[in-house]
Design a protein around this ligand. Structure first.
Ligand code: WQD
Length: 339
């Protein structure tokens, strides 16, 4: 069965392509290489020994999307990752985010709805919850006004899919709301490509440890949490990738209970920034140079997943730990800096 993965050379996309190939699917990748490099295709191939079909394509160009599907109309399902995802950047460049994240989704759905098989997995985010009132966060937690244009594009994206599923019962879709994806593939063939100054915690930790960054700034030490730093649900990217294959198989086997379902993907365990640093220091044997500074605008205090639905309905749960993720992230950092 052919599966199309948009943004398949990205961080989560590339790890999902590996797990799809491991599960026996034939994978087609489209990516515009704006936030990735073609070498990721070699990394995937080195792991699975099967080179996915790749076409460079910008999903903002409607005519190019239409012509792609004229050739590739025997796709059994689509996993849609292609989007910009930097929260801070989205605040400064909202129209870039609305044009890319929304238009691309609309053009893909317009073509998907013409195919015989209309199975769609959407890359969403726990950002849609904002600061949830109740922890851990269930799928029924209210979606709050987005804290950033990036988060808003995920909320709008889910609504676009929900509205389309409502009028097209041939279309079945699952939105996967990720918590904080971290780590890299244990082979160190693929991982989180560091383009520019990292916004996210773990790449900043590993770049500090390897000497690329002087010091990690911990954004806030006086939150109402046990150690004063923010709490997140850090999930290993390989566990996250496997969830996409399970969600896709749910649709292919028509086990879904409705044609639009939502699942939170997390470990169910909250870890503070200092917990993350402690984990890194333990697995790397390195002392991390960090300093607690002022809070970062827009950060929520605490977010971690209630995983009952993912565990019992979707039939997926995490197997890897924070230490496993930190270990793989550190090995990846050392690998890419050794070149
Ligand atoms: C985690 C914690 C920071 C950097 C965002 C998006 C989410 C997803 C993941 C795209 C926070 C602290 C961070 C640093 C720090 N993105 N931190 N020093 O903000 O939870 O989630 O990225 O899909 O949708 O919202 O992730 O890694 O930026 O921050 O202290 O240099 O680490 O304050 O508490 P975040 P993050």
């Amino acid at each position: 069965m052919k599966i199309l993965v948009t943004g398949g050379l990205g961080f989560i996309g590339s790890h999902t392509v590996v797990e799809l190939q491991n599960a026996g699917f034939e994978v087609l990748i489209i990516d515009n290489l704006e936030n990735s490099t073609i070498e990721v295709l070699d990394g995937i191939t080195n792991i699975t020994k099967v080179r996915p079909h790749f076409q460079k394509l910008d999903l903002r160009v409607k005519e190019d999307v239409k012509s792609y599907f004229k050739t590739h109309n025997d796709i059994a399902g689509i996993i849609h990752f292609a989007a910009n995802k930097a929260v801070g950047e989205s605040v400064n460049e909202p129209l870039k985010y609305y044009e890319n994240n929304i238009n691309s989704l609309v053009y893909i759905l317009q073509e998907l709805c013409k195919l015989n098989h209309q199975n769609f997995i959407f890359s969403s985010s726990c950002t849609v919850y904002g600061q949830a009132d109740t922890l851990p966060i269930t799928e029924n937690a209210p979606v709050k006004p987005a804290e950033s244009p990036y988060g808003n594009t995920k909320q709008i994206g889910e609504e676009i899919i929900r509205d389309t599923c409502r009028i097209n019962d041939k279309l079945s879709s699952i939105a996967l709301r990720y918590f904080n994806p971290i780590g890299a593939h244990p082979t160190t063939e693929i991982g989180e490509l560091p383009i520019g100054v990292p916004q996210n915690l773990v790449p900043f930790i590993t770049q500090t440890a390897i000497g690329m960054r002087e010091q990690l700034s911990v954004f806030g030490g006086n939150y109402a949490t046990p150690d004063g730093t923010c709490i997140r649900d850090y999930i290993h990217v390989v566990d996250l990738a496997k969830a996409h294959v399970i969600a896709l198989q749910r649709l292919l086997e028509q086990k879904n209970k409705s044609n639009f379902e939502v699942f939170n993907l997390g470990t169910g365990k909250g870890s503070s920034v200092l917990d993350a640093i402690t984990s890194f220091e333990k697995v790397s044997g390195k002392k991390l140079n960090y300093q607690i500074v002022d809070r970062r605008e827009g950060d929520v205090v605490s977010a971690y997943a209630e995983t009952t639905s993912a565990n019992t309905v979707l039939g997926w749960k995490t197997e890897l730990t924070l230490d496993d993720a930190m270990d793989s992230a550190w090995k990846w950092e050392q690998k890419i800096r050794a070149k």
